[in-house]
Design a protein around this ligand. Structure first.
Ligand code: CA
Ligand code: CA
Length: 579
């Protein structure tokens, strides 16, 4: 780590000489403001997904037309949840089955392709998706379904380094976009339905060498590594068995499967954690820390600075993985999260103190609200799925109809925040589930749920709703309903626009203040990915990946049947204004 300042100086010198600059930590910290590149998932590590660009605006968006489209090709379609990144005129976009394409951002011409060789027996829970890559120096780095990290040369696509995160036979996989925070590569793990142990890992992005590892299940050791790669004990997270009974913490879940955000101002990385394992909550009385939480980690030390648990002793698979997006409110740095459990939370970004919490979906059955003093939900005990051992045959607990469904008031699709309107734009869904508990024991590499379920619709005319949410008042300022469940992310711009895609195939834009839909385009397959925007030689571009899939067709019960007419695909669409 000693040599870093020198390498940064050299990079800065290259930039000053006009040579092709490599991506530096400073450029990544400035990503949200630099409009000619998109260096990180979230369009800036804070995850606001806001661009100050206003060349395209409410007055001229009707003239937005395709500039080019690129097909991922082959028979490998399925869900495309990727956000492209962009640097030096090159677009880097990941695709299903752990593929990565480098494209000329001006023309869509393919520069190179990397296809990861996936073994048989991988266990991705929720389709063969990938959410995007990270850029650092001359590398493009992404995670694969067999739980590896691969760093490729941006110019040639050659593999520079490859590291195994964990054992895919034990249910580990990886699909989130890594982020660069404080010069470190941060990644999480997927596999919460298989009793994995969630964690956040920091690596040297140039070599892949581990710097620290911080598990997100209370009781597990954190580890730091010296320059020679020797591990050093870094203290446990909390107290063994304080919030878990028996040995259940050893296979506790809390997977960090959506990755994280980072705020250079607080020096903290924010990772959401998934469900505690197994789903049957009666087996694990207690809060089951740090499941279903936001965990704020000091990137310099790997220590958990604070945590906030949205669903203690979760019994509904309300993964708390959703992105924690930092912003300024009343002169204070805060962060917001629209949780899968249906509530929207605002916490102090430095301390975690809960400042506000309110529903962003209309039907919530499991809690009546959030106590702002204690930070805890006011549970509805009769809406917790029953204990199977209490039943006559001991095989099935009481069935409850709970909302939101475990697919969430919001799922993997990231929201956006506009500092102009001071509103969050939240892709939300209204649906419910029948859920019940069953006996279960942990077995390596097998599903570890102890529950059964069916997803149900609540309304005939809509499931999805893009909602403009005021984080101060808790009011929904406007909403745009959608027949199918929304599963793509959101982009907002200085042009007073909000862009998002629908499973029906449209990329569309609304007036950010009024919610009036002012433009849409049919991409030919469902959109389950977040759009981006950038400018090049004075031209503003908008891009989105199209390709229906993800968790809904696999797990969606009655909803999956309702939307089974939607076709698969796999392509990038890029738009610009016609003159
Ligand atoms: Ca940028
Ligand atoms: Ca889960």
């Amino acid at each position: 780590m000693q040599a870093k300042p020198l390498s940064l100086l050299i990079a800065a010198a290259f930039a000053a000489c006009g040579a092709h600059a490599v991506v530096t930590p400073q450029m990544i910290d400035n990503d949200a403001r630099s409009t000619e590149d998109v260096l990180s998932w979230g369009i800036g590590t804070q995850g606001q997904r806001y661009s100050p660009l206003k060349t395209i605006n409410t007055g001229n968006v009707a003239r937005l037309v395709p500039a080019w489209s690129f097909s991922f090709g082959g028979e490998k379609q399925r869900g495309q949840e990727s956000q492209p990144v962009l640097h030096n005129g090159k677009m880097f976009v990941t695709a299903s089955y752990s593929r990565l394409f480098a494209l000329d951002a001006a023309t869509g011409k393919k520069l190179w392709k990397y296809e990861h060789r996936l073994p048989d027996g991988i266990m991705p829970c929720c389709d063969v998706i990938n959410r995007g890559a990270a850029l650092y120096d001359n590398l493009v780095i992404f995670a694969t379904l067999d739980a590896q990290l691969v760093a490729l040369n941006q110019d040639t696509g050659d593999v520079v380094w490859k590291e195994k995160i964990d054992d895919y036979h034990a249910g580990y996989s990886a699909s989130a976009a890594p982020i660069i925070a404080g010069g470190l590569l941060l990644t999480g793990v997927s596999g919460g339905e298989f009793g994995v142990v969630g964690r956040v890992e920091a690596r040297d992005p140039k070599t892949g060498a581990l710097v620290w590892v911080r598990p997100t299940v209370e009781g597990h050791m954190g580890t730091t590594y010296d320059a020679d790669g020797n591990p050093k004990d870094n203290g446990i997270t909390g107290t063994v068995n304080k919030s878990w009974p028996g040995d259940l913490w050893k296979t506790g879940g809390a997977a960090t499967w959506l990755g994280g955000t980072y705020d250079a101002k607080t020096g903290l990385a924010y990772f959401g954690t998934g469900n505690p394992a197994p789903w049957n909550s009666h087996l694990r009385q207690g809060d089951n820390l740090y499941s279903c939480s936001t965990v704020a980690i000091d990137v310099k030390t790997g220590q958990i600075k604070w945590h906030y648990q949205s669903t203690p002793n979760d019994g509904w698979d309300f993964d708390g993985v959703n992105e924690f997006v930092t912003f300024d409110m009343d002169g204070r740095r805060v962060g917001a999260k629209a949780d899968r459990n249906g509530f929207f939370y605002v916490n102090d970004a430095s301390t975690g103190q809960l400042l506000n919490a309110f529903p962003f979906v209309k039907t919530i059955t499991w809690a009546t609200g959030i106590d702002l003093k204690t930070g805890r939900p006011n549970f509805v005990p009769e809406n917790r799925p029953g204990d199977p051992t209490a039943g006559a045959d001991g095989k099935k607990g009481n069935v409850v109809l709970a909302a939101p469904s475990f697919l969430g008031g919001k799922n993997q699709m990231p929201m956006a925040y506009s500092p102009d309107t001071k509103l969050f734009y939240v892709p939300s869904n209204e649906w419910a589930m029948e859920i019940w508990n069953e006996p279960i024991a942990y077995k390596k590499g097998a599903a570890y749920l102890g529950a059964g379920f069916t997803i149900k619709t609540l309304h005939d005319d809509y499931i999805g709703a893009l909602r403009a949410v005021d984080p101060k008042s808790g009011k929904i300022v406007w909403e745009a309903k959608n027949n199918a469940p929304l599963w793509g992310g959101v982009l907002t711009t200085g042009g007073n626009l909000v862009f998002w895609g629908t499973p029906e195939g449209y990329l569309q834009a609304a007036d950010a203040k009024s919610g009036k839909i002012v433009w849409k385009f049919q991409t030919g397959s469902g959109i389950v990915a977040p759009p981006i925007t950038w400018q090049d030689k004075g031209e503003q571009y908008v891009a989105v990946v199209s390709g229906w899939g993800g968790a809904v067709p696999l797990w969606g019960g009655e909803v999956a049947k309702k939307v089974n007419y939607l076709e698969q695909g796999g392509s990038v669409w890029v738009f610009k204004l016609v003159r």
